[in-house]
Structures are given as C-alpha cells and as structure tokens.
Write a new protein. Structure first.
Length: 277
C-alpha cells in the first residue's frame, strides 16, 4: 500500500501554494523565464503566468521579480522569500511522506501474507501516534540546516557524517554508531543539521588565513546584528539561502566591529551538531 502526502500552504484567504506551484517556481528559478518554465511543466504561458501571478499577489512578500523589461520573455527570478517557501514546502512534504511510509510498512507489512486482511484498516499503534505528534514539536536549537549526506565513516564508537548544503558548503557531524544506525544515515539521504546559536564561532576576515582544527567553516553575509547588555546576536545568510544565528559576547561583536553586510565565517565543531532525520 502506498500513500501520498498532499501539502497546501495557505497564502491569506485568496490562494494556496500547492505542489504544482512549487514545480513552476523551481522551473522559473532554473530557466529565469516564465515562458520556458511553463514549457518545462507542460502548461501554456497564460496558465503559468496566471498561476504565478495569483500566488505572487497573495503572498505577504514577493515571490518573483523581473530582471529586465516587461515583455513575457523578459528575465524573471525568485526572491529570497520564495526560496525559503520552497525549502519549507519540500522539507515538510518529505517529512510527511517519510512518516506515512513508515506507518504503512509497520502497520500493513503482514497483508502480503494474510489476504483476508486486504480492505481492512489495521490499527495504528500508540507509538506511531506519538511519532506523529512529535512532528509539531519546537526545538531549542536555533540553527537547522537542510543538508544531503555525502559520506558516512563508521568507527568503533562514533561515526563521522559528512553532508553538503545546497550551495555546496561541506559540514561534518560526529554521532554515535548507535545513532547512525537508528537514524538510518546513508549517502544521499536528506537530513537536518541542528546546533545552538552559542556554539557558533564568528570569524571576520579571510578564511584562508584561519588555521583551525575543524573543517566546518561556512561563509556568509551578516543580515542582522542585535547588541544586548551582555551578548550579541549575529544573523548571517549563506549561499544556499539558509540562515545561521550566532550568540557571542558584546565585547567580541564590538571588537570585530560587526555590521550588516560584512562577510564573515561561521565555525561549528562537529560534536556540536545534532542530526535530525
């Protein structure tokens, strides 16, 4: 038995963001053209334009902007907000489909050998319900990066999990072998790397000159600086359109003269990363 997870993002009272819109937005991001995007997804230019115009107007922030001219063949590109919506949609859809698949495998696995059960609804266990309820849990870790596993090195006690962000940046995490097995961590699997803001070190200047023991160094541009009485909160955006938040001392932020637009490097120890799968 198969299951499909149909996700709908409500954009106010007038429109909803559906899978077909996500597919169209991705095509625009790839081609920089609404005309070519419509061809890729198999709809007419008018239908494609109408669909994009509907969600663009209903969204609280613009999703698509023109890059040149006003003709239908002029360039179009996605806004940072559109990239965030796509990431959120894909992440939630993947989580929903994965969860449904696990329920079906667990609850209906004996139907193949028990024909009399076909057509019947197996009872969903309390364990499955608890797993579903946990999806809505809030996490204290401010930083949650979507990554794809590229390498798994299993040791006697710990395993090193290497993954890449959409922008190509490489991150390594250290987990126990037991966690690796329980989470079924394999090359090609999409997971979340989670870490708390105080565990992030901020370095300003050329990263090539930094000699550090950790390979986890992500370049980014500061988008926000909040200076408190004791600590400072530094937010930066990466090339993969993901955000990293760091909590450092007020003195450090002042000494480095950190400001919006500065190019910095975020440094995270592998042992500080928690993996969510």
């Amino acid at each position: 038995m198969d299951a499909k997870f149909a996700l709908e993002f409500l954009l106010g009272n007038k429109a909803s963001l559906l899978a077909k819109h996500i597919k169209l937005l991705k095509a625009v991001d790839e081609t920089k053209s609404i005309t070519k995007a419509a061809e890729i997804v198999g709809v007419s230019y008018k239908n494609g334009w109408d669909a994009l115009n509907l969600i663009n107007n209903a969204s609280k922030k613009p999703l698509i902007v023109r890059t040149q001219g006003t003709k239908k063949n002029s360039g179009s590109e996605l806004t940072p907000y559109a990239h965030k919506l796509i990431r959120a949609y894909d992440a939630i859809s993947h989580a929903g489909e994965t969860f449904l698949s696990k329920i079906l495998i667990k609850e209906f696995k004996d139907m193949e050998y028990r024909p009399e059960m076909y057509g019947a609804i197996a009872e969903i266990t309390e364990e499955s319900l608890l797993s579903l309820e946990k999806i809505g849990m809030k996490l204290s870790a401010r930083n949650q990066l979507s990554v794809e596993i590229t390498d798994v090195q299993t040791g006697a006690v710990n395993s090193q999990i290497t993954a890449k962000l959409a922008g190509g940046e490489i991150l390594c995490a250290t987990v126990t072998v037991e966690s690796e097995k329980n989470l079924e961590l394999k090359v090609g699997k999409d997971v979340l790397f989670l870490f708390k803001a105080p565990s992030v070190i901020i370095a300003k200047g050329s990263s090539e000159k930094l000699k550090l023991s950790t390979a986890n160094q992500i370049k980014g541009t500061i988008s926000e600086v909040k200076i408190g009485a004791v600590n400072a909160e530094i937010c930066l955006g990466t090339s993969s359109h993901q955000n990293i938040t760091a909590i450092i001392t007020r003195e450090s932020a002042t000494a480095m003269a950190l400001g919006v637009g500065d190019e910095v490097t975020a440094i995270i120890e592998p042992s500080e990363i928690i993996i969510g799968a």
